[in-house]
Design a protein around this ligand. Structure first.
Ligand code: HEC
Length: 178
């Protein structure tokens, strides 16, 4: 008797968890989100940043910058290390914007996989976003230009493209693998 009540409660809790997850399935602490759902992560991009980029592209000093680092294991591993150290706290280990510190922010961290899948966003977009942060758009995305060297910034992007990119097609301006 107690056993079935307990099982019933557990099943109900699981259903609630799946429902509340909105597009995400939460099972044994593992979360997997479908890309078509309207999970929180989907609404986290800064529309201001997007509008600025569509109208003006990046500021002159950043224009046409391209990642000089190849998609090698060494670059990816180094990028992963730096990402975990500097970015995961907000954007989450898998880049979907679910980092611990991001939860409290009014404008939530972007889902980086989604950003990488946006064909308009080229290398220059990512470099500029990481270097200048979100001050001009009133967001909490920090500026890393005094904290990360250009090489470190590019290696983080190399890692992000290898690990998070939704589309398997390489960005038009990404350097080809060796
Ligand atoms: C304090 C939390 C925080 C940290 C740490 C952080 N970010 Fe962000 N990031 C944000 C927020 C919030 C946004 C959304 C608002 C915006 O675009 O300015 C964002 C946006 C971005 C964007 C723009 C994406 C888009 O589609 O508009 C990129 C790229 C990005 N972050 C990369 C990084 C990288 C790489 C790191 C580590 C070097 C990092 N962020 C560290 C909070 C953070």
């Amino acid at each position: 008797m107690w056993k079935s009540v307990l099982t019933g409660t557990l099943i109900a809790a699981l259903i609630v968890a799946i429902f509340v997850g909105g597009g995400c399935q939460v099972l044994l602490g593992l979360q997997s989100c479908s890309n078509t759902g309207t999970s929180l992560a989907m609404t986290m991009m800064s529309p201001k940043r997007h509008d600025y980029y569509v109208r003006k592209k990046v500021p002159l000093p950043y224009r046409n910058r391209r990642n000089p680092f190849n998609l090698t294991i060494g670059n990816i591993v180094e990028g992963a290390r730096l990402y975990d150290l500097r970015c995961a706290i907000c954007h989450g280990m898998m880049g979907i914007g679910d980092g611990e510190a991001g939860e409290k922010l009014e404008i939530r961290p972007a889902d980086l996989g989604r950003s990488l899948g946006e064909p308009l966003y080229r290398d220059e977009f990512f470099y500029w976003s990481i270097a200048e942060g979100g001050t001009q758009f009133g967001t909490d995305m920090p500026a890393f230009k005094n904290d990360l060297t250009p090489g470190e910034t590019w290696k983080i992007l190399t890692f992000m493209r290898a690990a998070f990119a939704e589309s398997n097609a390489p960005a038009k301006d990404a350097t080809a693998p060796p």
